[in-house]
Design a protein. Structure first.
Length: 58
């Protein structure tokens, strides 16, 4: 699956998927065939970081 390129849209997309479909970031990345480190880096560029306890980027 192609994920959004814009970091703000990517944030919304990922948090929606985490909330509705995936129990964690690893499951999302595996299913969507996305590199976890690259995803985290792209969202860190807009100052969002994964909170495992809340299962979302904030």
């Amino acid at each position: 699956m192609k994920i959004p390129q814009d970091p703000v849209i990517l944030l919304s997309f990922v948090n929606l998927k985490l909330r509705d479909q995936y129990s964690g970031l690893d499951a999302l990345c595996e299913d969507l065939e996305v590199d976890r480190e690259e995803l985290a880096r792209r969202l860190a560029s807009i100052n969002y970081h994964y909170n495992e306890g809340k299962n979302q980027f904030e």
